[in-house]
Design a protein around this ligand. Sequence first.
Ligand code: WTA
Length: 658
Amino acid sequence: MTAPNVFQPPTHEGHTTHIGSLDEYRRMHRESIDNPEQFFGKLGRELLSWSKPSTTVKSGGFHDGDIAWFLGGELNVSYNCVDRHAAENPDRVAIIWEADEPGHDERWTYRKLQQEVCRFANVLLKFGVRKGDTVAIYLPMVPEAAVAMLACTRIGAIHSTVFAGFSAEALRDRILDADCRILITADQGKRGGKTVHLKQIADEALAGCPHVRNVIVFQRTGDMAVPFSAPRDVWWHEEVADQRPYCPPVPMNSEDPLFMLYTSGSTGKPKGVLHTQAGYLLGAAATCKYVFDIHPGDVFGCMADVGWITGHSYIVYGPLALGVTTVMFESVPTYPNASRYWVMVDKHRITQFYTAPTAIRALRRLGDEPVAPYKLDSLRVLGSVGEPINPEAWLWYHDVVGRKRCMIVDTYWQTETGSHIITPLPGVTPTKPGSATLPFFGIDVAILDPETGRELEGNDVTGVLAVRQPFPSLTRTVYNNHRRYLDTYMRPYNGYYFTGDGATRDSDGYIWINGRLDDVINVAGHRISTAEVEAALILHPACAEAAVVGVAHDVTGQAIVCFCTLKSHGAGDSLEKALIGQVRTHIGPFATPQRVVIVHDLPKTRSGKIMRRILRKIAGKEVTIKDYDEPESIAAKLGDLSTLAEPGVVKHLLERFA
Ligand code: WTA
């Protein structure tokens, strides 16, 4: 690795960061690892309000997956995120909603948020939702999405939010797996001027969900043509109008389930990653406080969708737990033009801005002009999340958006970890573009040898990224499938939590994330498993076999390329299009393959295993048909081909891919 630029953490006049120096961070981090009981016990008392204090701080471990934090304690998440701030300062703004239509926004005070959460919690109670029940949420980026989530937490229901870009089939699978009896959705969504037909998609999903009793429909556009079938379907606005704006928060045990969120792994079936009450909320609040250096009065702008973990932790739970203002952005960064983010930052005086590398790369391509006219002087911290950020994009973010005066925090974490685990801290960490730098409090990082599982000690090592001891916001189980939880995260390397990512620790002890080690593709920050895409493709009547790989992409980081064989020959462009459409309808438009290539055969070993390594190199254009005339060049580029059952397949694939 060439020596990268190192940027010292910036200072801002009249502002003191929560942590003052790298030494102070190191002391705190040491304590959080050596004495987690004391460290997190104190943090839990500082950041959360308890109806009953806990009797222990940390218990259980990776081996049996019986991790528990703050046992004996009771609290309510919606009380922590809403009531205590509404009591202290009811007129403080909780949510700024920036609607899809440029120039249209709304401000919700903590008092209003409390009333709406209570009304909606009463609606849920009216429709029979009780503590421990699961509720599906399929909503666009409207404040009501936060209201629905918080209302669930108020009465102890477990929410399962499904990103509104998922297809009917994906929604149906998730409703069935979690056995949800209530679905909360909207008539339609708006995104970049386009209409998303949510209720119509939901109805398609529900055709296969006989147990869903009621659908609560929020009116976003008011289009009268939207399908609606009473008495199953009820209107949000009509129901809340009947309810009292108070509903007592139910005290919850620290380890009661809070929500589940489906995520992709190595197999075709997404898993419901489950988070619990106190540990999750503490992780979200603590990282918001220290990683974004949040202070009272800040306006926090996270551009993610509430349907993903980033939206859960950094639009809803983290900022609201700290009582600051959170921004909900319904649109896309290029609508109506590439200045949308920056107009919004100036208009709302956003202090922390958080987005994904894919958005930064896309905007960088459009040049500096759309950014230049805006002051952006309210910004102190710029965050990046979801995938590795390349140094060029990092520097553009730092220089052009941050005007060289903002801290860049490249936050590494996962749906499973609930909150950041490796990240720089403002006022603390000298940054290197492309490195997520150092572990957050409580995170005991290890780099393992992938073969032996032994720890690679010291610096300048590359291997598997793992965590050596439990931390509060780590997922506790996979919904209804604890064995899969243990098999996926705890068993691959005994005694460690396995992240699924590769990483390098450089000569300064900084962590660089090298990407997934499993068959997960990261497209624009969305986690998509190759197995899931393959499963969608082979459902098409013409498709016999499918093999899916990720290739590098300038804007989205990775893109999906599919190789398919057919049941009978006669490929044409129209079939390739149909197969692309197949993936869109089975998963969602965000998983659209860049290309489907129809081939006669796939590269397989004699035992029938598909050699994806070969497909990856062909799809990534690391080798082309031009190389074919030079056997050495093919061998050098594709590696050992002696295990191939049909060596002729390589030439065929190269011709088809040309
Ligand atoms: C990747 C999103 C490099 C990683 C919060 C991880 C990152 C997966 C970063 C989790 C980062 C996330 N640098 N890679 N800063 N952040 N990743 O569950 O591969 O949607 O395992 O959570 O995204 O994706 P998930």
